[in-house]
Design a protein around this ligand. Structure first.
Ligand code: ZN
Ligand code: ZN
Length: 208
């Protein structure tokens, strides 16, 4: 978020700064096009512009096997830390969003009886008030802008619907028909409420 002083009044410019991750120039254009389409689900004043901040080429953190082939993947926490560092190093105030086609994996350990077990899952979107990460791994192109809109909705402090009401449905990737292919009235009211402040209760954990 950048503030502009104009004639004594203060206007805020909300930009989305994009970091493409391991995408060539052509793929990068497609990724940015997807973010542009996601912006169309929001009221026109929600975002001012989308800018390409940079094209990252990163070594994968691990290799995963799908049975027929091996592929490189990123660890969610490490990749998010990288995005955070870039934002900090450039003293950016706008949302910085990393986007990739590669798989992003999150892991956590939990106690099961007397043993520790490891849960592993694929992350598709995580966007908090400052930074975000979107992976289009195995998401159909026609659906990808909806996944981005869901993540950006979290950034704008929207919370999940437990029923398939709109794009904030908690199980968005399941093959269900949404009542509204966008945001419901309650969500739109939150998005257009200029007195509300984006706060830290946006997205605490990634959506799988
Ligand atoms: Zn809603
Ligand atoms: Zn979510």
């Amino acid at each position: 978020m950048t503030s502009i002083f104009r004639g004594g009044s203060r206007l805020f410019v909300y930009s989305i700064e994009i970091l493409t991750i391991n995408a060539d120039a052509e793929k990068g254009k497609t990724l940015i096009g997807t973010i542009e389409s996601a912006k169309d689900y929001f009221p026109s004043e929600a975002w001012d512009d989308i800018r390409l901040l940079g094209e990252l080429q990163l070594d994968h953190h691990l290799t995963i096997s799908s049975g027929t082939e091996d592929m490189g993947a990123f660890l969610f926490r490490k990749l998010l830390k990288k995005i955070k560092e870039i934002k900090k190093s450039q003293a950016l105030t706008n949302l910085v969003l990393g986007v990739t086609d590669d798989p992003v994996i999150a892991m956590h350990y939990y106690l099961h009886g007397k043993n520790f077990k490891k849960a592993v899952y694929v992350v598709h979107d995580y966007v908090n008030e400052k930074i975000g990460l979107i992976s289009f791994f195995r998401i159909e192109e026609s659906f990808s802008s909806k996944v981005v809109a869901h993540g950006l909705g979290h950034h704008k402090r929207l919370q999940h619907h437990v029923e398939p009401i709109d794009l904030m449905y908690s199980e968005l990737l399941k093959p269900v028909t949404l009542q509204i292919e966008g945001f419901c009235d309650a969500c739109v009211r939150k998005l257009t409420d200029t007195h509300s402040v984006i706060n830290s209760d946006s997205q605490k954990r990634p959506c799988d």
